[in-house]
Design a protein around this ligand. Sequence first.
Ligand code: 8YV
Length: 315
Amino acid sequence: MTKLLVTRALPDRVLAAIPHDIDLTVREEIEPLTETGAKAALQVYDAILPTLGDAFSAKAFAEGARCDILANFGVGYNHIDVEAARAAEVVVTNTPGAVTDATADIAMMLILMTCRRGGEGERLVRSGRWEGWHPTQMLGLHLGGKTLGIIGMGRIGQAVAKRAVYGFGMDVVFHNRSRKGAGARMRQLATAEEVAKVADVLLVAVPATPDTHHMINADLLATMKPGAVLINVARGDIVDEAALILALQTGQIAGAGLDVYEFEPKVPEPLLAMENIVLLPHLGTATLEVREAMGLMAVENLKAFWEGRPLPNAV
Ligand code: 8YV
């Protein structure tokens, strides 16, 4: 019997879609698999459905694998060393498409909360210290007519661009490694620096790879406008968090909205202390229907593998 490990509990509909002739183990812990755990799992199971943070590093693959496929739950697979997986003859799939709109919605939520001071305002009301409305109370940044800079114009970047242009009257400039067709009010620029220079809101939407590690560093932050804000819905380590903290503390940029962190789930104390930052606990795709769609996509990849069909979402 084929042995499948699902590394963290998934919605019932997803588990119900797993064929009955599969010997299924669902891990109960909510923490990700450690490197040692990942290494052991690769020896015990024929297939694994991993989730964010499970440490499928080069070391985890060092002794080869009984496992044939890692059907990742999520579009981002930076917790899997794909080269090492390939060398160990383990195929890897992900769930693009299923995550796009939900993640773009969270990006817009962070943009609005940061620019219109949503987190700060809510804290004020809850503190009981709100003294009432007045014309210059808590003035924020109006989005209409402002420029959204997008680093990484993949599915999620494009979905945010549409919302920003058609929903909020923003202009979009973006950086992407390959040439992308752009719609009205959207312009591709040659470098990330050019985008950072003109953006009122700078959105990070690139995948985490060795190439994008610390792509948003002190130099890039220094090119941003003093009134601009940084939004990250991709992966924490694309941003040099220490450099971001410094840029915020020195007023080099005006604020930040973060759904992801460099050392997730650790959030540095200075970020917690600053009012002009909105901090979310990696909510990008956190709705039941989206998590179901992601899970069903991962299961579809597994079924295709078991039935010898082409993999819908091989990475
Ligand atoms: C997922 C995500 O919830 O799809 C992704 O890459 O970042 C998240 O929204 C997570 O990856 C699940 O494993």
